[in-house]
Design a binder for this molecule. Structure first.
Ligand code: ADP
Length: 482
């Protein structure tokens, strides 16, 4: 039996998928959290930059005679606890604008924080709602990363305020570390929990496999235990148990059937052997030999009937519904069956009455339908004493076509009625032996009726008679009677 490799197992695949999806969710939420936090910190930084720029401008504008240099120094002193750099970039009036001068605090080393001229030119054209903020992370411009704001002021001049982003970046890096650690821990814990749940949920499947491996044709009594589960696994286990139960029933039936067949064939063989042995024990008269031969012939005939019926049954098992033909007239089949048994009936002193109206068409298999009518007719002939009557009728009733065969025979005891369609079931073995029945006739009738999706009804009264009604359903392309 096939062994499932761990890497191919459903629980392994499900766990991997689960971990991948979880990792994706954690990464995405981490990313959005990081972005949100970064935006918030940057917004705060931008607000502060604007505030500082505004204060610098006000310090220069309010008092007459205050130079930009003084205003810058005043603000830098006020915000001395911040890593702050302010400078005013003076531009020429010419087109295109050129940088004339940098007014800056002595704290800024020469060459530092001098952006590309086109950025100052661009800043000159902006208004208050559309100011330029830049992240500067270039060692040539400054030894540490900065966020800088460019505001045009009277001149043309650009007020450039820069704050170090080191603090913000440190906070963000810490956030990454914390989130990474927490995410990893969450992933490990959730994966362990998930894989535990998955393997627990799939545990009954391994049980199914283990039990299925133990089941053989000789031991179909095993069932998989389930603790009342109403999920898919529960349904699977239940279906599997039902399947084994069905298999067990069929195997039991097959075993019983082969036992019955051997028994039924052995009985006539034993009789033949006995008869022949007795007649060989001493010299016999010619008449005695003839009598033995007749008895042997009778038993051979019985065996032949059993074998023929069994062959027919196994042939029937292989039939497919595609072999059904349309427009089969049941009345004609019934009347042909009567013609075949007319002589036998009159020999037995029985009357066959027929009520077969105009053609009644159905979708069916003519050979099998003939066999069904003959089997029922033969039983009626067998079990009706001389002087009796057999009535055969085909009629339409609603959407059904009904075949009814009644006799005034010995009837079937009520307790036997549920079993008469079983293979080899005979009501009274001595009676069947007399009449040559082997107990397969009605099993064949039942199979043919089922094949045509027909219903069988039996009514019987002891010593009064029996009626079989076979009700064929409306067939798709059945023609109406004319
Ligand atoms: P058999 O070949 O022995 O007739 P069947 O399968 O045809 O076997 O029938 C099963 C049993 O049903 C028979 O043994 C017989 O006793 C009973 N049976 C069937 N048809 C009739 C009938 N028309 N009247 C009385 N008994 C019947």
């Amino acid at each position: 039996m096939k062994k499932i490799k761990h890497f191919h197992s459903l629980s392994f695949k499900l766990t991997i998928w689960y971990i991948l999806i979880l990792a994706m969710i954690i990464t995405l939420s981490g990313f959005f959290l990081y972005q949100g936090y970064k935006d918030k910190l940057t917004d705060e930084l931008d607000k502060l930059l604007f505030e500082i720029a505004d204060e610098t401008y006000e310090a220069w504008r309010k008092k007459r005679g205050v130079s930009w240099q003084e205003a810058i120094q005043k603000i830098e002193t006020k915000y001395s606890s911040f890593p702050l750099y302010i400078q005013v970039v003076e531009l020429t009036e010419e087109k295109p604008l050129q940088i004339r001068n940098f007014i800056r605090s002595p704290r800024i080393p020469p060459g530092c924080l001098q952006l590309k001229p086109h950025l100052y030119r661009k800043a000159d054209k902006t208004d208050l709602n559309d100011l330029i903020h830049l992240e500067v992370d270039d060692k040539r411009l400054c030894s540490f990363p900065l966020r800088t704001l460019l505001i045009p002021v009277r001149g043309p001049r650009i007020l450039q305020v820069s704050l170090s982003t080191e603090e913000r970046n440190k906070a963000l890096n810490e956030l990454i570390l914390v989130m990474g650690g927490a995410g990893l821990l969450l992933l490990v814990l959730a994966s362990a929990g998930g894989s535990l749940i998955i393997s627990k949920a799939l545990h009954p499947v391994s049980k199914v496999i283990k039990t299925a491996k133990k089941i053989t044709a000789d031991d179909l009594s095993l069932r998989i235990e389930t603790k009342e589960r109403s999920d898919e696994i529960g349904a699977l286990v239940e279906t599997f148990n039902e399947m084994i139960a069905r298999l067990e029933r069929s195997v039991k039936k097959i075993k019983q059937f082969s036992g019955d067949v051997s028994h039924e064939l052995r009985t006539p063989l034993t009789i033949i052997r006995g008869e022949v042995e007795v007649s060989l024990r001493k010299d016999r008269k010619k008449e005695e030999y003839i009598q033995t031969m007749q008895s042997v012939l009778e038993e051979v005939g019985r065996m032949e009937r059993i074998i023929n019926d069994l062959l027919l049954l196994s042939r029937l098992e292989m039939m497919e519904s595609s072999q059904l033909q349309e427009n089969i007239d049941l009345s004609t089949i019934a009347s042909e069956a009567i013609s075949l048994r007319k002589e036998e009936a009159s020999k037995k002193g029985l009357i066959i009455e027929a009520d077969l109206p105009a053609p009644l068409f159905l979708t069916g298999h003519p050979e099998l339908l003939m066999r069904l009518v003959i089997n029922l007719l033969d039983n009626a002939l067998r079990y009706t004493p001389s002087g009796g009557k057999i009535a055969l009728e085909v009629k339409r009733e609603g959407n059904n076509i009904k075949l009814q065969i009644s006799d005034t025979g010995i009837g079937i005891p009520e307790k036997d009625l549920p079993f008469i369609f079983d293979r080899f079931y005979v009501v009274d073995p001595s009676r069947s032996k007399e009449t040559g029945g082997v107990g397969l006739g009605l099993a064949i009738v039942k199979w043919i009726a089922d094949f045509h999706q027909a219903q069988i009804q039996v009514e019987s009264k002891l010593n009064q008679g029996t009626t079989f009604i076979i009700s064929f359903p409306q067939q798709k392309n059945r023609n109406d009677e004319k």
